[in-house]
Write a protein that binds this ligand. Structure first.
Ligand SMILES: Nc1nc2c(ncn2[C@@H]2O[C@H](COP(=O)(O)OP(=O)(O)OP(=O)(O)O)[C@@H](O)[C@H]2O)c(=O)[nH]1
Length: 302
């Protein structure tokens, strides 16, 4: 793709919404490749992942935010700060409001925060595939009464219905500018961060309710090696951090079965990301109260 368009627009958009509103899935749908981790459990998005969406009309740098929740730990407070920071310095805010859920105090809390950024706001009514046309019409009316959004776009990341319309509307809110990133870039996260997120996602999938926020992943080493057949092989050594000794057993599982399953799932995902065979070596470490330890949070990138 080359830029011939003199009206090309580029800038930052923040995607906000309460936990489970569909922010990550929508981000992935706009980019067309998996860059943000998604999960059926709320509050799994911790990092602010910038996804980059480039179309003929412009380039959007999407800032994905953690779902809002009340701070209970230092980690919780930092998540709140990250949301506030991500709303500052953007050109537009996309507020995700699920079609299948009523507007509530969580949405109002977020709206009040977002309004302070004083930028045009777009409402994305997410998960429209889950509701009838009548219910959607009612939801649109409720959202229109909720705030004076510049646009209200009903969208389904599952069926991709209206995803391009939303992308176009976001681009319209951006300033005329040359592209800010190379036209084929999809994220400015390092490969290392993406790999750590894939391992954490595989871990969370396997541990359901047992370890919601207590799991963190660090990458110890990534080595580009050669496989016995002469092809490329990437060796990844990573650590899974839990907070207590009792959680270590949960991650490892009986006879190491769970850790092996996490390793298999993560290896598949990393292979898809890198496009090369992967050898994955996982270690489980107890990092006591890492969520309250500023040094550990810094190491983990929070
Ligand atoms: N049917 C349907 N389900 C969706 C759609 N978008 C997201 N979901 C589901 O809703 C759940 C939450 O989606 P996420 O994208 O992880 O939500 P999030 O807002 O990023 O969540 P947090 O990380 O908790 O802030 C997942 O189970 C998704 O599969 C959609 O368009 N249709």
């Amino acid at each position: 793709m080359t830029v011939e368009n003199t009206e090309f627009r580029a800038g930052f958009a923040s995607v906000v919404g309460r936990p489970n509103a569909g922010k990550s899935t929508l981000t992935n749908a706009m980019v067309g490749k998996k860059v943000a981790i998604t999960s059926a459990r709320p509050e799994t998005t911790r990092r602010i992942i910038r996804a980059i969406v480039t179309r003929d009309a412009g380039q959007v740098i999407l800032v994905d935010t953690p779902g809002m929740h009340r701070p209970r730990t230092l980690l919780g407070e930092r998540l709140g700060d990250m949301v506030r920071d991500s709303i500052a310095d953007v050109d537009t805010i996309v507020m995700c409001l699920p079609a299948n859920e009523k507007l509530g105090p969580g949405d109002k809390y977020l709206l009040d925060l977002a309004v302070r950024a004083k930028v045009p706001m777009i409402a994305a009514i997410t998960k429209t595939d889950l509701v009838s046309r009548e219910a959607l019409a009612e939801k649109i009316a409720a959202v229109a009464a909720f705030h004076d959004f510049v646009e209200i776009v009903p969208v389904s990341a599952a069926t991709l219905d209206q995803v391009e319309v939303l992308t176009e509307q976001i681009i319209k809110q951006l300033p005329v500018s040359p592209p800010l990133y190379p036209l084929d870039a999809i994220t400015d996260e390092t490969e290392e961060t993406l790999i750590a997120e894939l391992i954490r996602e595989a871990g969370l999938e396997k541990m359901r309710e047992e370890l919601p926020h207590s799991l963190a992943v660090t990458i110890d080493e990534i080595i580009e090696d050669t496989a016995p057949n002469g092809g490329p092989l990437v060796r990844v050594h990573a650590s899974l951090h839990v907070e207590r000794d009792s959680q270590k057993g949960i991650v490892i599982g009986r006879g190491g079965a769970r850790l092996r399953q996490i390793g298999r799932d993560a290896r598949k995902a990393i292979k898809a990301l890198l496009g090369t065979p992967v050898y994955l070596d996982l270690h489980v470490k107890v990092s006591k109260d890492w969520q309250r330890d500023p040094k550990m949070l810094d190491r983990l990138g929070f």
